[in-house]
Design a protein around this ligand. Sequence first.
Ligand SMILES: NC(=O)c1ccc[n+]([C@@H]2O[C@H](COP(=O)([O-])OP(=O)(O)OC[C@H]3O[C@@H](n4cnc5c(N)ncnc54)[C@H](O)[C@@H]3O)[C@@H](O)[C@H]2O)c1
Length: 331
Amino acid sequence: MSLPPPQCVLVTGGAGYVGSHAALELLRAGHQVIIVDTLERSSGEAIERLRRIGDIEFIQGDCGDPEIVAQPLSRADTVMHFAAYARVEESIECPERYQHNNVEVTRSLLKSAIKAGVSRFIFSSTCAVYGSPGPEHLPVTENAPMDPQNPYGDTKVQAEAVLAAASAPHPFATGVLRYFNVIGADADGALAEPVVEARLLCACLQAARGERDHFTINGTDYDTPDGTAVRDFVHVTDIAGAHGSLMTALEDGQHLVCNVGCGHGTSVRDIVQAVEAVCGHPISVVEGPRRPGDIPATWADTTRIRETLNWSPRYDDIAAMVSTSWNADRA
Ligand SMILES: NC(=O)c1ccc[n+]([C@@H]2O[C@H](COP(=O)([O-])OP(=O)(O)OC[C@H]3O[C@@H](n4cnc5c(N)ncnc54)[C@H](O)[C@@H]3O)[C@@H](O)[C@H]2O)c1
């Protein structure tokens, strides 16, 4: 089987959690990587770690600034656009900032990419575009109604629409990946899962390491098998792999939207049990009330990505996913 030829890929937000893991897999596959990141949501540590793996080019700046991206875009075959603000609570407090960074920056970058003659543009979207799908929509297909429940999800719906409407000379093609709940870290410890306390696994691991007194389960009275919220957890390296598969599979002129998940639900209690199994001791758990805006359950129908991209998750076991975060944290 012949390998696809190496590409030059502009990775926006490549110093962040998902973008850095995608950059890592691109480097390992022999592609050329240019990262543009403001570093406002990341420390630059991932850039240093990536430099130990391969020859990346890093430009600190805003990917919505046409002057900053013009030169790298003139060399890029593909753009992978991870840069965004991605915190739900913050989006409710500052919707204008989210509107600018997630929609207007995407519009500007897309325009610059088309002008530069880039042929592929891949966008990071989220299951938040579906909001709180009713039981009749589970598992969630890409055709489920779009009903975001917060400004973050709304900006992703808008940015997707900008991509869908993009008209550009052949062979320009666009891809949208709607990630479900991303967890884990590179299994070889090349990168870690960043410490973001609002992230469920991060908080649970902190409790396991004794860095916080306890882990709080928000809501134990949902209509789910064990009463806690149910999500579709997918490993960050599998998300990175989905980008690579999409980059090579996109056909000229195509616009393709795919869910990326494992295709089944895992409860918050399942996560606690997985963390306990990985760290080897019980953790202190407090049962708290539901958080406003949290949804009871969602998981993906992954038929489209499996059939169209021949992609399937390498990690399908929650303890295996958790162990990569635990080990990388201690690397
Ligand atoms: N992590 C998840 O669970 C998850 C789930 C669904 C979708 N997503 C999407 O995946 C993408 C990456 O998420 P993440 O978790 O890695 O976030 P992150 O905050 O770790 O990384 C985002 C990176 O983008 C940079 N950035 C932000 N605005 C920028 C701009 N205008 N120009 C250049 N750099 C900019 C930040 O400094 C940061 O390094 C986002 O688009 C997010 O909406 C993430």
